[in-house]
Design a binder for this molecule. Sequence first.
Ligand SMILES: [Fe+2]
Ligand SMILES: [Fe+2]
Length: 288
Amino acid sequence: MDTQVRETVVTAPPAQEFVPEAQVRERLTEGREIESRSEMSQSYYDNLVNLLRQQADSELAGGIGYVPWIAKAPNIEEKLIVAQIVKDEMRHAKACYKLLEGLGIDVDSIIAAHDYTMRVQAEGAELGTQRVSDDKRVNMFYYTIDTWTDFIMFNFCMDRAAGHQLWDVEHSSYAPWKRAIAQIAKEEVVHIHHGDTWVRKLALDPATKAEVQAALDKWYPRTMNIFGRPGTKRNALYQQYGLKQRDNDAVRAAFKAEVEAVVNEVGLRMPEWVADWENNTTPERFGA
Ligand SMILES: [Fe+2]
Ligand SMILES: [Fe+2]
C-alpha cells in the first residue's frame, strides 16, 4: 500500500498578485472578510486552497462511493433517497471545485489526474490517519461500504462529522466559501437525519441490534480519526486566518457528544477509540 503523500501541482497565480502577509492579518483583525484572490497573501491562499481541496475531493469521492447503494437500497423509497444523497454530494463537489476554479486552480486537470473510485480492498485494513492516494479526500472515503448498515452508519458518522467541520466554514473569513456552505450544510443535516432514523430503527429491533452495534464499532473509530491531531501548528494557522474556528479536538468532542446522546437513547454502547497518534509516530499527514 502506497502511503506516501505526493503533492499535486496546482496552478497558482504569480506571487506578485498577492498582498503582503501583514495586510491580510490587519484585515482579519479588523473583522473584514476576504472576497477575492487579490486580497490574499500567498500563505492565506495556499491554506485556503488546501482546505477547499480537502472538501471538494471528499465530496466527490463520497458521492461516487454511495452510487452502488442506489441499486442495493432495500426499497424504492430508499433508492430515491440514496440517489438524492449522491446528487447532493456531486453538487457539493461542484460548488467547491467552482470556488477553486475562481482561485485560478485548474480543476479539470486535478479531477482527471486522480482516481476517486479507488478504495482500500484489503479485508480488515485500518488506516488510522494515513492517506493512501495523492488526492486530498478525508481518509474515510478510502473504505468500502459493504452492507446497507454500513451505508446507514456512514450517514450517521461521516455526514455528521462533515456537518461539524462545516460549522467552522459557516464562520469562515473567505466569504464566497461561507456563502456556498449555507445550502451544503442544510443538505448534510438531511443526510445525518437519514442515518439517525435508520440507526434508531435498527437498534430498537432486537433482530438487528447486534448488527448496528458492530457497524458502529467499525465506523465510529474511523470517523474519530478524521478530525486530526490536537493542537497542531497548522490548525493554529487556520484559526489565525479565520479558516477554522476551533481546535481539531474541540470539533471531535462536539461530534462525540452528539453520537453519545443517540447511542445512549437507543441502548447501544459507545465504541472505544484510541487516537492513532497515541500508538505510533506516523508523521501528520492529514486533517491538520
Ligand atoms: Fe456533502
Ligand atoms: Fe453528505
